[in-house]
Design a protein around this ligand. Structure first.
Ligand code: ZN
Ligand code: ZN
Ligand code: ZN
Ligand code: ZN
Ligand code: ZN
Ligand code: ZN
Length: 260
């Protein structure tokens, strides 16, 4: 006599994470305006005058603090040309690509956490989308150990977007929306022929396995009289006979008929 047990299976689910990367996707044209220190001081004096005009109680600073280069930290001399970029001043020969060190004065550059990067280095540092193969210049969606454009991370069956949505992956790491995953991979109930999936709002799949067959809990009934069977091995449980799922009463009846 078999004593069927309910089995609980729960597929692994990973929430997709969306991380903003790379940090500075906005190209800054012009590479900063070259200024010499006299012009810088002139600009600052004008700014201070402007502030003074707005608030007569603003402290008056007579000697401006020494400006240092945003790259090497050395003082900027009045005679050397300087580059103003990303709210900092640089020696013009210090303002170069953080990766290949090519001079960037007057060129388009990308602000990578306060360091300038040339366009070529920026482009080659970009992640490639696992679905479309194109470089990702905006947000990188990281999921299943790969990088995607947010709009490229979709269900493998219905192509609905999975960004911020629950999804489940198959053995080959292909993502599916929860519904399609269960439609495709969940066991079928031998009684009603529908997939056995978690109840709405639940992540736990409840199925009854009896005689190597799968049943919904609600479909686990006597084949002869349709009486619901208990999953416990008690008098309301299953009394299988010749591969049939039977209640105790129907089992006894069939056994009697067979003996006659
Ligand atoms: Zn410098
Ligand atoms: Zn470079
Ligand atoms: Zn893509
Ligand atoms: Zn889908
Ligand atoms: Zn069923
Ligand atoms: Zn019965």
């Amino acid at each position: 006599m078999a004593s069927p047990r309910p089995s609980f299976s729960q597929p692994t689910k990973t929430p997709p994470s969306s991380t903003p990367s790379p940090p500075g996707p906005i190209p800054i044209p012009g590479g900063g305006v070259p200024l010499n220190m006299r012009e810088v001081e002139e600009l600052e004096r004008m700014t201070k005058d402007f502030i003074k005009d707005m608030d007569t109680h603003a402290p008056v600073i007579t000697s401006p603090p020494t400006e240092v280069c945003g790259k090497c930290g050395e003082a900027l001399s009045r005679t050397q040309p300087a580059v103003r970029a990303m709210d900092k001043l640089f020696h013009s020969n210090c303002f170069c690509c953080m990766s290949c060190h090519r001079p960037l004065q007057g060129m388009q550059f990308y602000d990578r956490d306060g360091s300038p990067q040339c366009e070529d280095c920026y482009m080659s540092s970009l992640a490639v989308c696992s679905r479309c193969g194109e470089k990702i210049t905006d947000r990188v969606l990281k999921a299943v150990g790969q990088c995607f454009h947010a709009h490229c991370f979709r269900c493998s069956t219905c192509s609905c977007t999975l960004e911020g949505a629950p999804f489940i992956t198959d053995d080959n790491n292909n993502p599916y929306c929860v519904q399609d995953y269960h439609r495709r991979f969940s066991p079928l109930c031998v009684s009603c022929n529908e997939p056995i999936i978690p109840a709405a709002g639940s992540e736990e799949t409840v199925r009854v396995v009896a005689l190597d067959k799968n049943f919904h809990l609600k479909c686990y009934r006597c084949e002869d009289c349709a009486r619901p069977l208990s999953i416990e091995a008690d008098e309301n449980g299953c009394y299988p006979l010749d591969g049939r799922i039977l209640c105790m009463k129907c089992h006894t009846q069939r056994a009697k008929q067979a003996a006659q």
